[in-house]
Design a protein around this ligand. Structure first.
Ligand code: UT7
Length: 363
């Protein structure tokens, strides 16, 4: 077997009478060395959902000591979406999932596994994935949550791919969904201006004749866990009057330190993903970075050699939606025609944990 992805005999194209000279492969598929002949993890469809309520920087000026000018120049964010009081992470996840299933042409009974990446589950347990299963009517599948903060969507793609490539499942639903407005300290101007709510979903499927997810790089550094965390609510600090008074049930972040590590980790992960596929950045049609901060996105783009035209940015309208951000951006890039079938796409993210990830996808 050579080192490049091969289609199975059943799906390989019939050779024409006069065969053209074999073209050099446009990329290497790192999965090929694991003998995944005839197997692929295609992104069959994507979908996203954001709540209708818009909270602008000008709205925030009225509640905390901030300004549209500060938020815009330091982050690039102009507005974000906020879920309704009775709208939960599972509701947003289920709607994004329905849209992804529709775009993939897949019905609920075809879904064999649901993975929901979130740091804002409806409850500690049962998992939000189980609630989504019930809401979309996918009765015959396994379901679990995955927690890797803002890198959750990319982690979930990797886990889903493992199930598909190992021939355990053919069709897996991945969702990144967050109701961050429920854990943001609306009195803390350092953090409350950054985050928003929403969900992004993808249906991954073993599909003949496509390559799909080519490689995924994921990593973590628990030594820097304190940079981005919510201290209260877990078994270390269960809810009590004291924990509530000390505002321990809100997200906390060391912004400056997080910023530095974000740029470094995203560049390293992106470069490793490209290296594995032997793809130059110039061949990537669209780079979809985690939408945390415009300055982070620009710094990463510059260091990995991406042009501004390759970078996809929508954080001006949604802010940082953590595990949902890459999924929402992917859906928008596809629906606006920035990504077409056959294009190479690089996604890259970073988040609490610390965690990071990158993936190269042939769309
Ligand atoms: O998605 C997970 C990963 N998260 C991230 O990637 C976020 C990474 N960090 C960042 O994006 C940036 O560090 C922030 C946007 C959070 C902050 O930007 P910064 O340039 O690092 O600002 P800073 O924290 O150093 O604060 C500069 C000043 C401070 O005032 P003094 O001490 O210089 O007087 C802050 O108190 O800006 C002040 N400040 C604000 N002023 C107006 C902080 N937040 C605000 C605010 N409005 N909302």
């Amino acid at each position: 077997m050579n080192n490049y992805f091969q289609l199975s005999p059943a799906t390989a194209r019939t050779p024409s009478r006069v065969s053209p000279p074999a073209a050099a492969p446009k990329f290497k598929n790192p999965r090929a060395k694991h003998n995944y002949v005839g197997r692929s993890c295609a992104v069959a469809g994507v979908g996203a959902y954001v709540p209708s309520r818009v909270l602008t920087n000008f709205d925030l000026e009225k509640t905390v000591d901030t300004s549209d000018e500060w938020i815009t120049t330091r982050t690039g964010i102009k507005e974000r979406r906020i879920a309704g009081k009775d709208e939960f992470t599972s509701d947003m996840a289920a709607e994004a999932a329905r849209r992804a299933m529709k775009s993939a042409g897949v019905t609920a009974d075809q879904i064999e596994l649901i993975i929901v990446a979130t740091i804002t589950p409806d409850m500690v347990f049962p998992s939000t994935a189980c609630l989504v299963q019930q809401k979309i009517g996918a009765k015959r599948c396994a379901a679990f949550d995955l927690e890797a903060a803002c890198s959750g969507y990319i982690y979930a793609l990797e886990v889903a791919q493992q199930f598909i490539m190992s021939r355990t499942y053919d069709t897996v639903l991945v969702v990144g969904a967050e109701k961050l407005s429920a854990i943001v300290d609306w009195k803390d101007r350092n953090t409350c201006v950054l985050f928003g709510d929403g969900a992004g979903a993808a249906v991954l499927q073993n599909r003949a004749g496509t390559h799909g997810l080519l490689t995924t790089v994921i990593g973590a550094d628990g030594g820097k866990a304190e940079l981005l965390m919510m201290p209260g609510g877990g078994s270390r600090c269960p809810a009590s009057k004291d924990s509530v008074d000390a505002r321990l049930h809100f997200l906390r972040m060391e912004g400056k330190e997080t910023f530095k590590h974000a740029v470094q980790a995203m560049c390293t992960a992106a470069e490793e993903a490209l290296r594995r596929c032997e793809v130059d950045i110039s061949k990537i049609k669209c780079v979809i970075p985690h939408q945390a901060n415009r300055r982070i996105i620009d710094a990463v783009g510059e260091r990995i050699g991406a042009t501004p035209g390759q970078l996809f940015v929508n954080l001006d309208r949604y802010g940082n939606t953590s595990a949902a951000s890459v999924g929402i951006a992917l859906d928008e890039a596809v629906s606006t025609g920035r990504i077409q079938r056959g294009d190479l796409v690089l996604i890259v993210g970073f988040g609490g944990g610390l965690t990071w990830g990158a993936a190269v996808i042939e769309w």
